[in-house]
Design a protein around this ligand. Structure first.
Ligand code: ATP
Ligand code: MG
Length: 238
């Protein structure tokens, strides 16, 4: 049976204060196997990005449990969570989130250096070359196209060799053709490195490329995309 990469149990989270508070996650439970690609879809405001933040350990639950690759995140200090994330989880955002006054090479290498990875610049050069940016190492984000900036962000996410890659609308700021190329890159890296991929998208055709689709609505998982064949035999016969 496949190893479990993500276990989310009764995840509950309210964000914001007083009158502005929103009950964003209303008891979500989920299991995702290692190596799976999962597309998360749902209306705007349904809690998709918040769910990803929880899966990445960037947002803490009020109630419930989140276990990534056997590690319960709620038991760890902020520093330990950050360290765990740095080693195991790569994140790609819609709006790239590159540091404008750093070159492409520095954007990928500096986070590795901060995590005390040896040969950070060699690894960064290799990752950037592998996403097709070997000729753009010294360019600043402002000198790169949107698609190229997203490639830098993907190289940065992949550089620590994460087990889990999380992408929040990675093609949302790109034209159709560039978006398709970025999606191709993400899926080819996922297959090549056997990573678990969790991808939020408004594009149903992109979600359909994932091995499993999860539908979220108003903070609830309305379809977790698991077929009976995915479940343990005991669960099917019960
Ligand atoms: N810090 C916050 N304080 C208060 N409410 C918040 C906060 N962050 C998010 N929310 C609310 O939580 C809900 C879910 O937000 P989230 O960003 O997870 O939605 P989403 O499904 O990713 O939407 P979209 O498709 O538009 O990106 C929204 O109603 C949002 O206004
Ligand atoms: Mg969102």
């Amino acid at each position: 049976m496949a190893k479990t990469m993500i276990e989310l149990k009764n995840a509950d989270l309210t964000l914001g204060q007083a009158a502005a508070s929103v009950h964003v996650l209303k008891g979500m439970s989920l299991e995702i196997d290692a190596g799976q690609s999962v597309g998360i879809v749902g209306p705007s405001g349904s809690g998709k990005s918040t769910l990803l933040m929880v899966l990445a350990g960037l947002e803490r639950l009020d109630k419930g449990e989140i276990v990534i690759d056997g590690t319960p995140l709620q038991g760890l200090s902020e520093d330990r969570v950050a360290d765990f994330r740095g080693r195991n989880i790569g994140i790609v955002f819609q709006s790239f989130h590159l540091i404008p006054n750093m070159t492409a090479l520095e954007n990928v290498a500096v986070p590795l250096e901060l995590a005390n990875v040896r040969d950070a610049f060699d690894i960064a050069r290799r990752e950037l070359t592998s996403v097709g940016l070997g000729e753009r190492l010294s360019h600043y984000p402002g000198q790169l196209s949107g698609g190229e900036q997203q490639r830098v962000a993907i190289a940065r996410a992949l550089a620590p060799s994460p087990k889990l890659l999380i992408a929040d609308e990675p093609t949302g700021n790109l034209d159709t053709e560039t978006g398709r190329q970025i999606a191709d890159l993400i899926f080819s890296k996922q297959a090549e490195r056997n990573m678990t991929l969790i991808l939020v998208t408004h594009d149903n055709s992109l979600a359909a490329r994932c091995s499993r689709q999860i539908k979220v609505r108003s903070g609830i998982i309305v379809d977790d995309g698991r077929s009976l064949a995915d479940l343990a035999p005991s669960a099917v016969s019960a």
